[in-house]
Design a protein around this ligand. Sequence first.
Ligand code: ZN
Ligand code: ZN
Length: 283
Amino acid sequence: MFDTNHLVRHAELFAMDVFRLAVWLVLLIAIFVPLERLFGLHPVKIFRKQVGVDLAWYFINSLVPAAIIAVPLSLLARTLHSMDPGGLYSMVAGWSLRVRLPLMFLVNDLGVYWYHRISHKVPALWQFHAVHHSAEELDWLVNTRAHPVDMVFTRLAGLVPVYLLGLAQTAGGRLDAGVALLLILGTIWSFFIHANIKWRLGPLEWVVSTPAFHHWHHTNDEHRDRNFAAIFPFFDRIFGTSWLPKYWPPVYGIDAKVPPSLVGQLMHPLPDQTPASVPSLEK
Ligand SMILES: [Zn+2]
Ligand SMILES: [Zn+2]
């Protein structure tokens, strides 16, 4: 029989999620709008092109990818739960969060680095990732413009190694506190590196990603195939893909046309859409 109570409960949970996201959005606006006003690299336009589409992506990408990755990650956690290869998991489980958390950030970013680099190289993956690169103006909110499939693969590339190395708790069926912190802090940082903020951090720019570092990743020239790391620029240094001059990129985006509408961007990777040409730089 049709269970109305069950449906109502789900609707309530969904409404709570949307409310929680709306509160986060107000906080993000309160942080980034004044910062961009005070320290803007380019003239600030709050109601710029596609702001409505990016706001829609904010809600979709905060809910859909998390719901999708929960399935494989909980399966993986359940599979790993009773394993202890070479005593590794029991040893790591004994470490405090203060030790595990920095390692989680490093391992996650290394996974994200390689997936991101591959997504620039493999045409089928680039069609999804091109949605993110289609922005011709950068500000904090551009962070949300991404295809959910791209988001899912990126998250899995970062988190699966974290679980495989035993850095995340696999017992109890609840999200590991370290993983939760990683996702929250990582997401806030991701908004920051897209922001229209002209701060330069000197030598620190080789330790942690900054707007300059990530803005160069959005440039519409050969340097787009650089700066793949989300948080730690030294991965690009190590793997020979870093680019961080003193000046800023002159122009953002890609030449190929990605539709400006939400539905158009969602459908963009499907085969009958106009393909976004793959960046050609990596040799
Ligand atoms: Zn990219
Ligand atoms: Zn970006």
